[in-house]
Design a protein. Structure first.
Length: 656
């Protein structure tokens, strides 16, 4: 029996009755025709898509993906025409068309503006803004069009992917195998148009970190990259699409053993073509990854004794990235995520001054024109508190405490800085010996909201980047991270349950949304007490207040509820539900129960109790169950995610 109250069910039906396949947007996609709808796909045909040949490559790519999304939903693929529509010979007759383009680049959009067909004054010059409007007779050869226009490359792309999501195509359709509901027809249903202005946070991204053993081993198998360069463009293309579907715009690539720009020359080129901004982590200045120093560095990672070589090393990083959208990390920490030996404030300030000189000399731009960030992580924050000075145009990146609690936010004076400030946050973390938390999602939406709301309330809105480890299994917190950073006004402490239910509706369907949201909310609450990898046999009391018994009962109930939902789902939804809901419940329940049974075994042994060996056998059986659950994860979707749960999570004596 599902452990869900009638009140919860009734509350959920209030907004689910409106049906939203998107999360938080105004719904402008419908599946039935009315007098004022515009058909994207009818039962007989799909409306043609028109894109100017001179528009961004990223807009061309997203338009092609949008056409594929329409096919996923309806089984019909619209014709996609990329051409120079200013030439009469290239214009065919269409009763209707979808016209797609960026204000910055598309000659087709410019032609519509010049002819007075589209007013773009409300998005002109607005970072990543888009609008869409139905226009009669936009061109001589077109009777009616839905015009989707973005101020820039990403604005246009976000408009397309917004519609894809509203049609039922999850951002996680590939990365979590979320099934797309079928529809016979698809319509744009807003006669007064639709759009979005500038996002709440300018730069929104994630950091692929701690990528061994899980992500690395998975990529070796899935992409067949068994040489030293594992993360090549085939891998990153799926990452770029995910970022854009989530309405993000930047990332820090994997770097434990990877050299993003050198492992595959297409990595950096395609990031720019897709529309994704490249950067390097808090410990990797000037667009160069740590393994590049390991492989090509000479001398010590010491600016006092090795300045000339380091300046040349950093210059090479800027040279190869200067023609792409890049957000440069400045500063210098010790090699390997450690404090810089011999560091002092004048030295660090001198390093940054020289890095800025390199940036301006290589790019030919002023420092104010070059996006730069200085991450005040660990010991670097102490330099700031002791009087470190940073040029006004550099973004100050504040951090959490590695466990999702923001350490420091800007003062009123710091808010006035030209470069603004932002946040580096953790969903995953390698801590000091002997443990870490890398295995599974332990992040709750209310906790994330509370910390991000605190951050935005203090004006830290230039850059938000989150460490997501192996990417999977952080799908839910990543969704909220990007949805909230895109529009911080949409979600507040009173509607977070609505968020989770809308997420569940999109991923699994409205029939199980309320029950799924209850399961997810409870399991993330329970796991917030203690990370599974940090749980010990004596974590929960076996002798006081029935603590261990109550914990077991809670985990059993939520896991039983997840099983009940899973068993009622059609086959095409089971893989994604297993990955996103059932697996974490079962896996964490098993690890929690194993530790409690191990504690009982020890207690019984101290009592010379006859049940000591029985408890020992229980623990052995739970070890086997833990391994079986991992094998099951690795077998779903025909083994697509083999190795993704390789992370050690029991009894480790050093971080791994």
């Amino acid at each position: 029996m599902l452990h869900l109250s009638v009140i919860q069910l009734l509350a959920s039906l209030t907004f689910l009755a409106q049906l939203a396949l998107s999360i938080g947007q105004r719904q402008v996609i419908s599946f039935e025709s009315t007098s004022d709808t515009f058909p994207l796909v009818t039962s007989s045909q799909a409306t043609v898509l028109l894109v100017s040949s001179d528009d961004y490559v990223g807009v061309h790519r997203a338009s092609s993906t949008f056409a594929s999304d329409l096919f996923k939903v309806t089984g019909q693929t619209p014709q996609l025409i990329k051409d120079d529509f200013s030439l009469e010979a290239n214009t065919s007759e269409y009763s209707r068309a979808v016209i797609i383009g960026s204000l910055e680049q598309s000659s087709l959009i410019k032609m519509l503006i010049d002819n007075g067909k589209v007013n773009v004054s409300d998005i002109d010059g607005i970072w990543e803004a888009f609008k869409m409007v139905i226009v009669d007779s936009p061109m001589d050869a077109v009777d009616q069009a839905l015009v989707i226009v973005g101020n820039d490359k990403r604005g246009t792309i976000f408009g397309l992917y917004d519609l894809s999501e509203q049609m039922g195509v999850s951002s996680w359709n590939w990365w979590a195998d979320v099934a797309t509901p079928s529809q016979e027809e698809v319509y744009f249903s807003s006669s007064d148009g639709y759009g979005h202005g500038e996002p709440s946070v300018k730069y929104r991204g994630f950091f692929l970190n701690d990528d061994q053993p899980a992500l690395t081993n998975w990529a070796k198998i899935y992409y067949g990259n068994n040489d030293t360069a594992v993360f090549k463009h085939e891998f990153y293309e799926s990452v770029y699409e995910l970022i854009l579907r989530l309405k993000g715009n930047m990332f820090w690539p994997a770097m434990w053993s990877a050299m993003f720009a050198l492992d595959d020359p297409l990595n950096q080129l395609l990031a720019d073509e897709y529309g994704v901004i490249y950067g390097t982590s808090h410990q990797e200045p000037m667009a160069r990854n740590t393994p590049e120093w390991t492989n090509f560095g000479k001398g010590d990672w010491n600016y006092t004794s090795n300045k000339d070589f380091l300046d040349n090393f950093w210059t090479e990083g800027v040279e190869r990235s200067k023609n792409y959208e890049t957000l440069y990390t400045v500063g210098m920490r010790g090699n390997g995520d450690l404090p810089l030996p011999g560091a002092n404030i004048p030295l660090v300030e001198n390093i940054v001054a020289n890095q800025q000189r390199i940036l301006t000399n290589v790019t030919g731009k002023s420092s104010q024109e070059i996006p730069q960030v200085w991450c005040l992580f660990k010991e670097v924050q102490s330099y700031w508190e002791q009087g470190l000075q940073a040029p006004e145009e550099i973004t100050l990146l504040w951090t959490d405490d590695n466990f999702g609690n923001v350490r420091r936010l800007p003062t009123d004076d710091e808010k006035k800085r030209l470069g603004g400030s932002g946040l580096y946050y953790h969903f995953d973390m390698v801590i000091d010996d002997p443990r870490n938390y890398k295995w599974i999602n332990t992040n709750s939406i209310p906790k994330i909201w509370e910390q991000l709301h605190l951050t935005i309330s203090h004006g830290a809105n230039r850059l938000w980047i989150v460490n997501v480890g192996d990417l999977k299994p952080m799908e839910l917190p990543m969704s909220f991270w990007f949805d909230y950073s895109y529009d911080t006004t949409r979600w507040n402490k009173d509607n977070l349950n609505e968020y989770v239910e809308l997420w569940a509706t999109r991923e699994f369907g409205k029939d199980v949304a309320a029950a799924t949201a209850s399961v997810v909310s409870r399991y993330t609450l329970y796991v917030s007490r203690q990370k599974p990898e940090l749980t010990e046999p004596d974590t929960y009391s076996l002798t006081d207040y029935r603590e261990a018994e109550r914990v077991i009962e809670e985990w059993k109930n939520v896991t039983d509820d997840a099983w009940e939902i899973y068993n009622g789902l059609p086959d095409e939804k089971r893989s994604s539900f297993f990955q996103l809901v059932l697996h974490p419940c079962r896996a964490i329940y098993t690890v929690t129960l194993l530790n409690i049974r191990a504690g009982e075994n020890y207690l019984r042994a101290t009592q010379a109790h006859m049940s000591t060996n029985t408890k020992a056998q229980d623990v052995l059986n739970l070890f086997r169950e833990d391994a079986a659950i991992t094998r099951e994860y690795h077998s779903v979707s025909n083994g697509k995610w083999d190795h993704m749960m390789d992370q050690t999570h029991l009894g480790s004596y050093y971080w791994q």
